[in-house]
Structures are given as C-alpha cells and as structure tokens.
Design a protein around this ligand. Structure first.
Ligand code: PLP
Length: 390
C-alpha cells in the first residue's frame, strides 16, 4: 500500500489486522488455548523454523488473539512490528535486558517503577544506568560517548507534563550508535507517534489509554523488525506474554481509542483553562495552554495535548490532600487513561518513595494534584473541582 493510501488511525484501530475468524466474528475472539495442533511434523517445523506464520504455543505469542492484536498495535504507531506483554513493566524489562545491557540513560521524570528498575535493579546485574533531568540534557553527549546505548524517556512526563524533544534527542543519540525509546503512555498514538520523529522504539503501559477502561493490565513495544526480533526471545523466556483474554479485550478497547482520546483532549483543555482562572489554583501544568513552557514543542511534535494535567493548589500539602479527598467524580487512584476521571497527589502516591529534596529537584510540590481526565461531561468535572476547591 502506498503511503497516501494508508488508512487513517481510527480505521487502523478497527481494521488493523488481517486475521479472519472462521465463524465471521467482527471482533477478535479469545483463543484461550495454550498449544495448537498440526497435520504433520513438516507443518509443525515450518512454523517452528519461521518459514510460515502460524499458531504454535501461547507463551511464544503464537496465538491468533495475540498476533492479530500485535498487528493492530504496530499499525497505530506506524511501526513494522509490535510485541505485547502482560504489563508495561514487562515490556520495559524485556527491552532493557535486550538493548540496554551496554548502558542506559533515562532523561527526565518517569514512572516510579521504571525509576526503581533503572536505579536499583538493573545495576544489580552490572548494567550501568544514568538518570538525568530534562534540564541536564547537556550531560547526554558525555554519557553517550562513554558507551550508553539506550536512551529512554517519557514525554509528556509524569506529573509535571514536561516536554522532551524527540527529534533533537534522537538526532543526538544516533551518531553514537545509541537507540531511543519513548514511553508514549501519556500521549497515546492518537496524540504523538515518536517513530515518525526519529525514535527507534515506542513503549506503552497499555493498562492506561490503550486499554482505556481500567480493566486490563498489559504492555506494548513497537519498532523495526530488526530491533524487535531479539526482544522476542527475552519475552519468551521471561514468560512475560500477554494472555489471550487480555489480548482480545485490549483489541476491543483499541477500536474506540481515537474517539476516547480526542474527547479526553477536549475535556482536559477546558478543565485546564477553567483551572487557570480559579483563585485557589496557583499553577496549571498542561501542554495545551499557550502559557505553558512546553506548549511550542508540544505543538511541534504532538497531534493533541492529552488528557493529563496537574494543578497546584493554594496553601500547603494538607490543603491539596483535602481537595483530593473531597472530589466526588475524580476517584482517588494512582492510575490514568480510563473512562473515569482520577486524581492523585504525587507526593503521597507515584513519587512517595522519593525524598522531599528529590521531589523538589524534580519540581513536584506537595500541593500538586495530578488529574487524569475521563469521559464524563467536562462541565460536571469542572463543577466537581470547584466544589472541592471551595
Ligand atoms: N509507563 C508509565 C508512563 C506508567 O504510568 C506506568 C504505570 O503507571 C508504566 C509505564 C508501567 O505500566 P504497568 O503498570 O502496565 O506495568
């Protein structure tokens, strides 16, 4: 298919795989099967040796519910290939063990589990990991020159919504033979497609926007066939495969990804604007606000500004806690990307494990609340915030 005839994102999210169910099911069925039978040893060897595609063993990912899902996932990020996993952390672990062993750099803030893996666990295996802030990008050249071969970052970051320049970082890393991986969980492929901007891998906690209903835990990794094939072996032997039931549920969710995320973008923009006008809100972090420092870069590398925003409330940490506790529609829960709106106070949840000094260094104040905007009517969400702030 020529590029100009490539179907749009919403079409790809629904018709993104070639698998046809023998009974004509319009959605991807659950093949709740651990192994698949062959007519002959020759047929079995064709699949084992990779001469023919086919189903074989579910932990290998050779199961129709899984490989059809992966074809759709690849299409959404414009990737040659995708692997699915039982969680976002499983996807990161398999990628880091495959391509990060010579040394890794993590730029900016990241999900707490990722930071723990990089700062405390991979070093136990002798893997050198370096964590720098977005404001310390001048250190990247030296770390690449010293041999780091995988550069990881989220953009927008959690919870300050800091924007990192995917094109610029990729252009810096590639001359050193390093690969770039973007955690695209916050943006989703609707709002940002890092491979188009020069990144080598995209990773997702599919638990969030891709799943979209807070009812599944999964991960995804997208990239070129050359770079993804070695990850397959690690996934196989770590046993971090997605289950067929989750694969089918995730494929179901992807069919509404585009409409969900576009609505969440629109609602988040309205809420962010309302919060900038609120006397008890001292700061709003949202890439869609013209006054936000990352706005220009966001316009440059994103298709939409996303459903995540953070606010700082007047007073101290206890005042922010009281606001979070008084919200009725925003549920107090440390996740994001679902149909229901969620609130967290990062200093008590996602960044609770950091010292107050480290949180301050990362710009995460005790008065900050992070909002994941769901699919409720935005007027109701604004009214909920207003009553809680009151
Ligand atoms: N990446 C980001 C940005 C996340 O927010 C999370 C989880 O919150 C992860 C990765 C890990 O994903 P999972 O919980 O699916 O393992």
């Amino acid at each position: 298919m020529t590029k100009s005839s490539t179907p749009g994102l919403a079409t790809r999210s629904i018709h993104g795989h070639r698998f046809k169910d023998a009974h004509g099911s319009p959605h991807l069925p659950v093949y709740d099967t651990t192994t698949f039978a062959f007519n002959s040893t020759a047929d079995l060897l064709d699949v084992i040796d990779g001469r023919k595609p086919g189903s074989l063993y579910t932990r290998y990912g050779l199961n129709p519910s899984i490989f059809a899902l992966e074809e759709t996932l690849a299409g959404l990020e414009g990737a040659e290939m995708a692997w699915s996993f039982c969680s976002g952390m499983a996807a990161e672990t398999a990628l880091f063990l495959t391509h990060g062993r010579e040394g890794m750099v993590c730029i900016g803030d990241a999900y707490g589990g990722t930071l723990e893996l990089l700062a405390s666990q991979l070093p136990l295996l002798g893997i050198k990991t370096h964590l720098i802030l977005g404001s310390e990008l001048d250190q990247l050249d030296a770390l690449l020159a010293a041999g780091a071969k995988l550069v990881f970052f989220e953009t927008p970051t959690n919870p300050t919504l800091e924007l990192l320049d995917i094109r610029a970082i990729s252009a810096k890393a590639h001359p050193y033979g390093a690969r770039v991986v973007v955690d695209n969980t916050f943006a989703s492929p609707v709002n940002q497609r890092p491979l188009e901007l020069g990144a080598d891998f995209v990773i997702h906690s599919a638990t969030k926007y891709l799943g979209g209903h807070s009812d599944l835990t999964a991960g995804a990794l997208m990239g070129s066939k050359e770079l993804l094939m070695p990850v397959w072996n690690w996934r196989k032997n770590l046993g971090s495969m997605i289950g067929p039931a989750t694969a089918s549920l995730l494929a179901r969710s992807l069919r509404t990804l585009v409409v969900r995320v576009r609505q969440q973008n629109e609602s988040a923009q309205r809420i962010a604007e309302a919060m900038t006008r609120h006397p008890k809100v001292t700061r709003v972090f949202y890439p869609g606000l013209a006054s936000f420092p990352g706005h220009g870069l966001a316009k440059n590398q994103m298709y939409g500004f996303g459903g995540m925003l953070s606010i700082e409330v007047a007073g101290g940490g206890e005042d922010a806690t009281r606001v979070a506790d008084r919200l009725k529609l925003f549920a107090l829960a440390p996740s994001l990307g679902g149909a229901e709106s969620l609130v967290t106070q990062p200093c008590t949840t996602t960044h609770h494990g950091l010292t107050p000094e480290e949180r301050a260094r990362r710009g995460i104040s005790d008065t900050m609340l992070r909002l994941s905007v769901g699919l409720e009517d935005p007027e109701d969400l604004i009214a909920d915030l207003e009553q809680a702030l009151r």
